[in-house]
Design a protein around this ligand. Sequence first.
Ligand SMILES: [Zn+2]
Length: 163
Amino acid sequence: MILFVHMLFGAAVGSSMKYIPLAIIMAFLSHYFLDFIPHIDYDVRTKKGKYLYGRLPAITKVFFDMCLGFLLIFIFSKSTLPTGKQTIIYLYAIIAIIPDSLTVLSGIFPNKILKAHTHIHTQKVHFLKEDPSAGSGQEKISRFWRIFSQIATVIISIILIRL
Ligand SMILES: [Zn+2]
C-alpha cells in the first residue's frame, strides 16, 4: 500500500493504545493488516511515463509519500493530543512502514531472515495481487474498490487520530 496510508493508520492505531510497547507492536502489525486488504500500489520502478508521477524516480516518490504522511499527521493530530503523544505518534508512523523498508533492504543485503520476511510480506500477505500474472483475486476486485479501500483507511485513521 501507499506509504502515507500506512503511516496514518499506524499513527492512528498506536495513538489509540495506552501502553507504549503494545502501541509499537500494533503499529508494526497494522502494516500487514492493511497489506492484506485489496489496495492499489504505485510502481517504484521508474518508467518513461506520460505523466510526471511515472517519470519520478522511486526515491523521490517514496520521499514525497513519506512527507505527505508526516504532514497529514501533523495537521490532524496537532491540537488534540497531549504533549507526550504528539511526538510518539510520528514514531508509530515510522514503525508502520518498517515492513516495506525490510523488503527494500532484502534486495540490498540478501540474507535468509530478510528473504523469508519478503516472501511472507509480498507473497502471503498481499494475497489479492493487483498484478494479473500473480494469480487469484485480481479479476474479482476492481480498481474502484482498491482505491476506495485506501480512501476509507485514510478517513478512519484521521477519525482515530482525532479521537
Ligand atoms: Zn507492505
